[in-house]
Design a protein around this ligand. Structure first.
Ligand code: COI
Length: 355
C-alpha cells in the first residue's frame, strides 16, 4: 500500500545529523534516538499545531500532573527496512486504536488519526537512514501522551503533550528467559488499567521484577489479583503456553493487554490449523502439564522482543525446565512474523504498511 498525507505538520529539520556518531551494530535497546521527534500540545480543548523538531530536551513545569499522578500512556511499534530500502510498519492501525483506548481509560483526550499517520510518514521520511536493513535491525517507535498542566490538585489535566520518539534497535535478545510465577504481586485487577498501556502499569512491575532477579529469574509471570491461580502475562509481554499441540493464552479483558503480536500469533496459529484456546489457564494445570511432560513451550509475545521463549519457570520452591522441542511454535511464529515484517514473504493478512 502507498499512502499520501496532508501537510499539517510544521517541520524544523536538524542542522546536522548525529547519525555518524552511532554504532548501529551495538545498540542498547531504547538508548539511542534519531535526529527528529514529533510533538503536539493539547490546550483549550483542542490539539494545536503539531511540530517535528530536532530530538532534544523539553521544558516542563515540575508541577505537571504527569509527575504527580502518572497520567500518561504510550505505544510501542516498529519500522523495518527490506533489502531494497523499502520501509514498512507492522499493523500501525492497531497501535493507533490502542493508544486512544488507553487514553480514554486515563481521561486523556483522543488523538486524531490523520495526525498520527502523518507524523509517522514524515518521521520515516526524515529519519529513513536510521532504519537499517538486515535481520534483527529495526526502528522502535515510541508514541506517548502525558499530562502537562501545572497543578497538584488530583484531577485530570487540561493540557497534554503527544510525542513520538524513534530508536534504532538491534535484535532484542534476552537469552534464556527464566520466569517465576507471581504468588503475591499482581500487575492488574478487574476494573483497573491492565488492558491499557498506562505508564504506571510498567513502573509498578519494577520492584517485583527486581525481587525475581535476585532469585535468578529474568521475568515474572503475573497471576490474577484475586487468587494468584490464573496465568496472565509475562513481564511486559503477553504469554502463550503450548500443552501438547494446543496453544493457550489468557483472554483479553480488563486485565490483559490486547497485544498486536498476541493477536498476530493467534491468527498465524489458526491459519496453520493449530488449536488456540483463549481461556484462563491455572497454575495447577500448568504444573501438572510440566510434570506429565505435556507442557511443550512457553513464550512471551510483544513488539520489542517479537517472540521470547521461556526456558524454565519457578513456582513456590520448584523450578520446572522446559526442554527445547524440534517443531517449536515460538521459532516458527517468530520467523513467519519477521518474514512479513521485513517484506521477505507474502503478506496474507495485509499487516505490512509501506511508508
Ligand atoms: C512491548 O514489547 O510491547 C513493550 O511494550 C516493551 C516496552 C515496555 C519496552
Amino acid at each position: 500500500m502507498n499512502h499520501t498525507t496532508e501537510d499539517n505538520i510544521t517541520v524544523k529539520k536538524n542542522a546536522s545529523s548525529r547519525i555518524h556518531e552511532v554504532d548501529f551494530n551495538n545498540l542498547v535497546f531504547g538508548k539511542t534516538f534519531t535526529d527528529h521527534m514529533f510533538e503536539c500540545d493539547y490546550k483549550d480543548g483542542a490539539w494545536t499545531q503539531p511540530v517535528i523538531r530536532p530530538y532534544g530536551p523539553l521544558t516542563i513545569s515540575p508541577a505537571a500532573k504527569v509527575f504527580h499522578y502518572g497520567q500518561a500512556v504510550f505505544e510501542g511499534m516498529k519500522a523495518y527496512k527490506d533489502d531494497e530500502g523499502g520501509v514498512f510498519l507492522f499493523r500501525p492501525e492497531e497501535n493507533f486504536k490502542r493508544i486512544n483506548t488507553s487514553s480514554k481509560r486515563m481521561a486523556i483526550p483522543e488523538f486524531p488519526r490523520h495526525l498520527f499517520f502523518e507524523a509517522l510518514h514524515k518521521l520515516m521520511e526524515l529519519d529513513r537512514d536510521w532504519i537499517k536493513p538486515g535481520a534483527g535491525n529495526s526502528l522502535y517507535i515510541r508514541p506517548f501522551v502525558m499530562a502537562t498542566e501545572a497543578g497538584v490538585s488530583a484531577s485530570p489535566s487540561t493540557e497534554y503533550k503527544f510525542m513520538i520518539l524513534l530508536c534504532p534497535v538491534n535484535a532484542y535478545y534476552t537469552g534464556d528467559v527464566k520466569v517465576v510465577i507471581a504468588e503475591k504481586f499482581s500487575r492488574s485487577a478487574n476494573g483497573g488499567v491492565g488492558f491499557a498501556k498506562a505508564a504506571g502499569n510498567y513502573g509498578a512491575q519494577f520492584y517485583p521484577t527486581n525481587l525475581a532477579r535476585e532469585k535468578g529469574f529474568q521475568q515474572v509471570i503475573w497471576t490474577d489479583a484475586n487468587t494468584h491461580e490464573y496465568l496472565e502475562e509475562a513481564g511486559t509481554m503477553n504469554v502463550f503456553f503450548r500443552i501438547n499441540d494446543t496453544l493457550i493464552t489468557a483472554p483479553t479483558g480488563d486485565r490483559i493487554l490486547d497485544g498486536v503480536t498476541r493477536k498476530s500469533v493467534i491468527a498465524l496459529a489458526k491459519k496453520d490449523g493449530i488449536t488456540v484456546e483463549e481461556r484462563p489457564l491455572s497454575v495447577t494445570e500448568l504444573v501438572k502439564a510440566a510434570k506429565e511432560g505435556s507442557l511443550k513451550e512457553i513464550f512471551g509475545s510483544g513488539t520489542a522482543a517479537v517472540i521470547s521463549p521461556v526456558s524454565a519457570f519457578g513456582y513456590k520452591d520448584d523450578v520446572y525446565d522446559i526442554a527445547k522441542v524440534e517443531d517449536s511454535y515460538a521459532v516458527r511464529f517468530k520467523k513467519t512474523l519477521n518474514d512479513i515484517q521485513y517484506n521477505r514473504s507474502e503478506d496474507p493478512f495485509g499487516w505490512r504498511y509501506k511508508v
